[in-house]
Write a protein of this length. Structure first.
Lengths: 1019, 481
């Protein structure tokens, strides 16, 4: 009722103004940098209270203006302009005011003025990620924020990255941050496709880069604490684009060419035969060396196959996106459709994605708004097995092997990559749709109620097919030749609902409060299937002449193989108190319940308290010409982690089905023992931060430090083999500490009409220590491919190796150190010590941007200082030859080897057989620090040059802007690591590997070196 | 309008808070067995798992460890460690897998024994005194004893390696709920446990298994007891008052008397008759016509390609393209077989290399204990115990079938040598040889295996790293090269 009165009086006011009109001024207000219209710009007559606002199309009209009046145009985040009313049409371009800090940013379950934020949050805007195609959006964060370590997966299409915020605090449980898209925690399972040789499924690959408005990284408890149990590894908030006033179209198209950053430096046929012979003779053999597979020397000398060349190519990728934004008083709409076809440099490795998005906001009434987000994408990932191609091509498939037999068939008596390329077909198909509907309701003044319901649905299918031809070339009898066709569908349905109410209470001029209460519920259910041949339901694979995704393939029955679900409920509250725009105090608490824990430990309690004091308005800052802003903040909070399997706490028996019979009788087995006491992994974090700006905010800095102590860290333990259980047992046992400091600085060095130059730099140092493993043997955490381990008092991911000392100049044999540090020529795994760590001393990035008239030049660098890379394949590539017939090619580094008595080198003499090194039982055991390298690197992640067509060429056309960008990714890398690309995310089998073993290389696929040409047009 | 919205919101809140967050797994059963039938299904799992270690892998690794296999080609890197007799505690995947396979069966047996306790059976309303309960108990004890015996032969020396068998054996697991490690028992303790389990099984089992003719019965337990005492060979008496060979003889004799298996005179006669029998019909199932070989006292049955149990033996197949991992025999084995011996045709000579063709089929049943083996145990035990006529009689059955002339009146020493030689040929590829050598070495201390002393450290397999905890003593390493 009150509102109606207000409106009525406003009408009266306007009416009275019209009566006294003298002159009417009209015009449009646009944003200078984009040319887009700005709605809601306030226009007032200077010195008076009269004024208006621009409408949704940026238009305004103001009456009763005297020629002497001055109009003041102001809008939050933009520089205010004062214009004399000399004409009746005044079109204004407002310029963004970078100095204004009070932009509104998204925080957990709400928005907040940036100046009032207590936590440590970093925002990456779409402008920073728009023109450079990245394999997936998380890759765009690399080097952008201090303390956020991003290890890019590889150059493979759709490859998954590792993102670790403020170190590694989990061991067996997932260490990835929580990804929240428009308020929805999305499904993020890296192991949907199982362990697949470094080709793990990337849950973020289906998200379209073009749809992203901004990405925000919440690092500390004050920022991420509201996410309670899921905030321990940080939170990444992704906001998609929304409609704006007016009607705008945008078209973006790019073409990229990619090659590996590193071509394996392996030997050709003649070179390899030479070292082979030398190794043979070194071992005391005479005559010509026996070649693997009994290849004759004549054949070997006449064959020189470049296998790497056969499995690589220049990948050509295209990306096209078309989007529309529309807005009027009631409706705002954003829609986008895009088609990407990404080829990597590996033959037959291609990721195709078609995606669409539709975001709409509808204002029903003054106090009621409804929003709808929907997106759908279909990804087809055509894969090849990386072991069978990239890895074998530079290792077990030797240059003196010929691809074809004499009869023209492929030779399959060795790991021939062409068999994989020609006769096998692997494909992952993924359909994903993320939908949400939200209601914003304001029943009374200052009370905001928001409810959201969402559904994230994923249909993920893995296909594998092998042609009958493989049987033929293997000489399998005709009636035993099979194709192997399989399809493994997984359907994941993830529902999320949340409801929040926030109330602003301004108690007095200087004292204000902001209350938030909320509840959230999530349920995710995964359904697993396989396809079976109804004539033989026992087979995991079926005989099909075509891959099963093929429309002409025979239909097979789908059989459910399992179901897994978790549900998650939360209740949370937050109170923020602000005093005089100087002091902010906040307490929040969240109670989370997860079905993954038993009744006694189901709910966890996660409180956070934080405080910040802003000195900016204090006189000493206001008087200073140098310092323009100073803010101190601190927080303490408890967060948690529950990223474990849904059914980990249950003891279990298998359920017999028709397929599991022995001698006609069904059988059931005990799978695992129960752990009713399983509970939350928790982290206690203490943070301090200092924000300081200088020279009228042209230089912004932030310095922060933290101590994070994780307790009850979840361990997925092997049970001793004699217990007989195959599955692991989850326990809460370990304790981990992370300490770190972070610094970043952004500066606008030059800002003139035509020329601007800005730079940014950030660096973070984190130390990580395993305080205790709770009495558990580290070996019980082993298994899998990881060569790193956890050792009390050492960082997580310690390289545990025999120490290599030097090469004996007399005989060329390697000399190792025993546990006590004495030199020995006996290789003994008992002499392994903590010799290095995959965790770097510091990571960071820096970038610079130049803008001159219509030209722009930008470069981004990322770096890592310290830490180790362990080259897990060097034991073969620089080691011994004989391993039955599994001889490996070697790297050119081997040319530095010892050859004659007196040679001083770090490369031992060549060996044919591992028994030349005393105690070495197998070539695969030859892990020592000789293959441990400094992981430091500096990489020019990206350099781009852009040109925007000047407006004068576009006038009169329908095009509003046209921009060309030429960019190069990973063009330059400086590293001491000789084994390939220094950025390594290996073939992970478990979450633990993602935590422990990033920097362990095993013929890992390098990053792509890419050139991209991009056109962006708006109209 | 507003009231409707607030009402709807309240409804949603109620929905949220009323959830108890219980998500039960669906593809597994979280309940303990609720009937004897379900316990029987758990027991069946143990039989089904026999194919894991004993479907060819354990036999192959045992052969590689001995002197029948030429390991210069045809074996993978983990197997090369076995061949070089230097298995390390670190990541030997195949060893780890075999080790766990044996203990998996032991786990299944212990689970069954746990739920067969009278109190538990009563709690689920089953009669604890039924004859099937007793038989199932016998089967579980049999499997537990048998599997401990098999794994102990890889991980420890035969009885007699120390005069009181105080040398270390394996952890003897009797409790299914202990997920933690257990210390190794001594060989004396191991054999006491093994014999006690097997004897109890012998007393509980029927002449023919009431559930399935291929499951354990009395003669099966007696056969394994014969093998256990035979392995005890020259060591201190495992049963007071009798030498181990006397005990082995007695149990072999009982087993051969009680079993329904028969000596297969058709073997090696060029007829379609194989010890590893079984072929596929058109729908990929084993044909009904080809049953397990009549000599099978106890074995694993391959029902279809999906549950094919002898895949590990495919590594020998010479009817495929010879590949990187096609197992080769030592030339010396071939040469030791006289050209008149029909069993020589079990070896193919291809490009100067020697391949065993007795597993040249896509699917077959695996006889784990068969008549010929127990017959040879009886022969050798008889000879060792001075019962020469029985030894000659048994051995002549084997010789006759192989197309060789019978023996009589040769010295005891010659008789024993001949029996050992026949064991090597008759059981080629079945994983026996190295265990025989480790048994014989107790007496003939200068024996060598592929130029290394029979008792060098590395002849034993090392325990997997994951088995080791504070106090657990690993095997000593090295010394074999």
């Amino acid at each position: 009722m009150k509102k109606t009165k207000q409106l009525f009086s406003l009408f009266l006011l306007l009416f009275s103004l019209i009566i006294h009109s003298q002159q009417t001024i009209k015009g449009t207000v646009t944003e200078k940098s984009t040319g887009e219209s700005l709605p809601g710009v306030s226009i007032v007559v200077k010195g008076e209270t009269r004024g208006t606002e621009t409408d949704f199309n940026g238009n305004y009209e103001i009456k009763n203006i005297k020629p002497t009046d001055i109009l003041v145009f102001s809008f939050i985040g933009f520089k205010t302009q004062e214009i004399k009313t000399t004409t009746t049409t005044i079109n204004i371009q407002l310029e963004e005011d970078a100095q204004i800090l009070d932009e509104v940013v998204v925080v957990g379950y709400g928005v907040q003025k940036k100046s009032r934020i207590l936590g440590n949050a970093v925002i990456v805007n779409s402008n920073d990620i728009k023109e450079v195609p990245v394999p997936s959006i998380d890759a765009a964060l690399q080097g952008k924020a201090s303390g956020v370590q991003v290890i890019q997966g590889s150059g493979l299409a759709g490859s998954a990255n590792i993102v670790r915020i403020r170190g590694i605090s989990s061991i067996s449980a997932g260490g990835d941050p929580l990804y929240v898209i428009d308020g929805i925690p999305i499904t993020q399972d890296y192991f949907l496709a199982g362990d697949s040789n470094g080709q793990n499924n990337n849950p973020l690959a289906s998200l379209n880069q073009n749809d992203i408005e901004s990405i925000e990284i919440l690092k500390d408890a004050a920022a991420a604490g509201i996410y309670g149990s899921r905030g321990a590894n940080g939170v990444i908030l992704i906001k998609t684009k929304r409609g704006k006033s007016g009607l705008n179209f945008s078209f973006n198209s790019s073409t990229s060419f990619s090659n590996p950053t590193f071509k394996p430096n392996i030997l050709n046929s003649n070179q390899l035969l030479e070292v082979y012979q030398e190794a043979w003779e070194n071992d005391g053999n005479v005559g010509l060396a026996t070649l693997p597979r009994n290849v004759s020397w004549t054949d070997a000398l006449n064959t020189n196959t470049d296998w790497v060349d056969l499995v690589t190519k220049t990948g050509v990728s295209t990306r096209n996106a078309f989007s529309m934004k529309y807005g009027n008083k009631k409706v705002k709409l954003y829609t986008n459709i895009s088609y990407d076809d990404t080829e990597s440099f590996i033959v037959n490795d291609e990721y195709e994605r078609i995606s669409g998005r539709f975001n709409i906001d509808y204002t029903i009434s003054d106090n009621l708004k409804i929003g709808l987000n929907t997106s759908i994408s279909k990804g087809n990932y055509k894969q090849v097995n990386i072991n069978d191609t990239w890895r074998n091509a530079q290792s077990f498939t030797l240059p003196f092997y010929a691809p074809y037999q004499a009869n023209g068939d492929l030779d399959n008596t060795f790991p021939n990559p062409l068999v994989e390329l020609q006769y096998r077909d692997r494909r992952n198909e993924e359909i994903r749709t993320i939908n949400s509907v939200s209601i914003d309701y304001k029943p009374i003044k200052n009370l905001y109620i928001r409810g959201t319901a969402s559904m994230d649905y994923m249909d993920f299918r893995r296909f594998y097919w092998q042609s009958r031809e493989v049987g033929r070339i293997d000489g399998v009898p005709l009636n035993e030749r099979n194709t192997f066709a399989s399809a493994i569908p997984t359907f994941i349905n993830n529902y999320n609902t949340n409801l929040t109410a926030s109330y602003l209470w301004k108690a007095s001029e200087k004292n204000s409060f902001n209350f938030l209460l909320g509840t959230e519920f999530q349920r995710s259910q995964s359904l697993f299937y396989k396809f079976v041949d109804s004539s033989n339901s026992n087979l995991d694979s079926v005989n099909s002449d075509l891959p099963l995704y093929h429309s002409n393939a025979q239909d097979y029955e789908r059989e459910a193989t399992g179901k897994s679900a978790f549900s998650f409920a939360s209740y949370f509250g937050r109170i923020q108190y602000t005093f005089d725009n100087k002091l902010d105090l906040m307490v929040l608490t969240r109670v989370d319940g997860s079905s993954r824990f038993g009744k006694n430990n189901r709910y966890g309690f996660f409180p956070t308290a934080s405080a910040a004091y802003d000195f900016s308005n204090d006189s000493f800052i206001e008087k200073s010409n140098f310092i323009s802003r100073l803010k101190l903040k601190t927080s303490f909070g408890i967060t948690g982690n529950s990223a474990i399997g849904n059914d980990s706490r249950f003891g279990a028996y298998s359920i017999p089905n028709s397929g599991t019979v022995y001698l006609g009788q069904p059988y059931r087995s005990i799978i695992r023992l129960e752990n009713p006491n399983l509970k939350w992994e928790t982290a206690r974090t203490f943070d301090v931060g200092l924000e300081m700006n200088f020279l009228n905010n042209r230089i912004e800095t932030e310095f922060s430090g933290y101590i994070k102590r994780s307790e009850d860290v979840l361990l997925d333990l092997f049970q001793v083999p004699s217990a007989g259980y195959g599955e692991r047992l989850w326990v809460n046992a370990a304790e981990v500490e992370n300490k770190g400091i972070e610094f970043n600085i952004n500066s606008k060095n030059i800002q003139t009409e035509n020329f601007s130059w800005s730079t940014n730099f950030n660096i973070a140092h984190n130390t990580n220590k395993l305080i205790s493993l709770g009495g558990v043997s580290p070996d019980l955490l082993e298994g899998g491919f990881n060569d790193t381990r956890v050792i009390e008092g050492q960082p997580i991911g310690t390289n545990y190796l025999v120490r290599f000392a030097r090469v004996d100049p007399n005989d060329g044999l390697p000399i190792f150190l025993d546990k006590e540090g004495n030199e020995t020529k006996t290789f003994d795994l008992e002499n392994r010590v903590s010799a290095g760590s995959v965790i770097p001393d510091a990571t960071g990035g820096f970038g610079t941007k130049f803008k001159y008239k219509n030209w722009g030049l930008a470069a981004d660098f990322v770096f890592t200082i310290g830490g180790n890379i362990y080259d897990g394949y060097a034991k073969r590539a620089l080691g011994t030859f004989s391993d039955g017939n599994n001889s490996s090619n070697v790297r050119t580094d081997i040319y530095d080897r010892w050859r004659n008595p007196g040679d001083i080198t770090n490369q031992p003499r060549l060996f044919y057989s591992n028994d030349q090194i005393q105690g070495l039982s197998s070539v695969w055991q030859y892990n020592h620090t000789g293959f441990l390298y400094d992981a430091s690197y500096l990489r020019m992640r990206n350099i781009s040059l852009n040109y925007s067509l000047p407006d004068k060429h576009l006038n009169g056309t329908f095009i509003k802007s046209l921009k060309f960008t030429f960019s190069g990714t990973n063009l330059l890398t400086w590293t001491k690591y000789p084994g390939g690309d220094p950025e390594i995310a290996r073939d992970f089998q478990f979450q633990r590997d993602r935590n422990l073993s990033p920097n362990v290389s095993f013929l890992s696929v390098p990053q792509a070196k890419t050139f991209t040409f991009n056109i962006n047009a708006t109209f | 309008m507003n009231k409707i919205f607030i009402g709807a919101l309240l409804l949603i809140i109620t929905f949220f808070t009323s959830c108890d967050l219980e998500e039960l797994p669906e593809n597994v059963n979280i309940n303990d067995p609720q009937s004897l039938t379900e316990i029987d299904e758990l027991l069946n799992n143990a039989y089904n798992n026999l194919g894991w270690p004993l479907g060819g892998n354990a036999q192959l690794f045992s052969e590689i460890n001995g002197d029948n296999i030429n390991g210069l080609a045809g074996i993978n890197s983990d197997e090369t460690e076995i061949y070089n007799r230097s298995t390390s505690f670190f990541n030997n995947t195949i060893r780890d897998n075999m080790y766990r396979g044996f203990y998996r069966i032991i786990l299944d047996a212990n689970v069954v024994l746990n739920f067969l306790q009278p109190e538990y059976l009563q709690s689920i309303g089953e009669d604890s005194s039924s004859s099937r309960v007793a038989e199932m108990r016998g089967e579980a004890l049999f499997l537990r004893g048998y599997m401990h015996f098999e794994i102990s032969r890889f991980m420890s020396h035969s009885p007699g390696f120390t005069s009181d068998n105080s040398h270390l054996g394996v952890p003897y697991r009797k409790d299914y709920s202990n997920a933690l490690g257990e210390l190794r028992g001594s060989v004396a303790e191991n054999y006491t446990d093994i014999i006690s389990d097997l004897k109890e099984a012998e007393s509980l089992l029927e002449a023919v298994n009431s559930k399935n003719q291929y499951f354990a019965n009395k003669s099966v337990a007696q056969s394994v007891l014969a093998k256990v005492f035979f392995q005890g060979g020259f060591g201190p008496d495992l049963e007071t008052g009798k030498t181990n060979y006397q005990s082995a003889y007695e149990y072999a004799n009982l087993a051969l008397q009680n079993t329904t298996a028969t000596f297969d005179t058709n073997l090696y006669q060029g007829t379609n008759d194989f010890r590893f029998a079984g072929t596929l019909d058109a729908s990929n199932n084993t044909t009904n016509t080809e049953n397990p070989n009549t000599e099978t006292i106890f074995g694993i049955i391959s029902e279809s390609t999906v549950n094919s149990k002898g895949d590990g033996f495919r590594r020998y197949r010479s009817d495929f393209t010879i590949g990187n991992v096609t197992t080769r025999l030592m030339q010396e084995v071939f040469n030791s077989i006289p050209s008149t011996d029909k069993r020589r045709s079990l070896i193919d000579v291809i490009d100067g290399e020697y391949f065993l063709n007795k597993f040249n089929r896509s699917i077959f049943h695996v006889p784990l204990i068969h008549y010929s083996e127990i017959l040879l145990i009886r022969a050798e035990s008889a000879a060792e115990s001075g019962n020469i006529s029985q030894a000659e009689m048994d051995l002549n059955q084997i010789l006759t079938r192989a197309g060789l002339s019978n023996i009589s009146g040769i010295s005891t020493e010659q008789l024993i040598d001949l029996t050992r030689n026949q064991r090597r040929i008759e059981l080629l590829g079945e994983g026996n040889r190295v265990n025989d050598l480790k048994r014989i070495g107790i007496k003939e201390t200068s024996l060598t295996i592929r130029n290394a002393p029979w008792n060098c450290n590395g002849i034993l397999f090392q325990f997997p790293a994951t088995e080791v905890f504070t106090g657990f003593i690993q095997n000593p390493t090295g010394g074999c090269n």
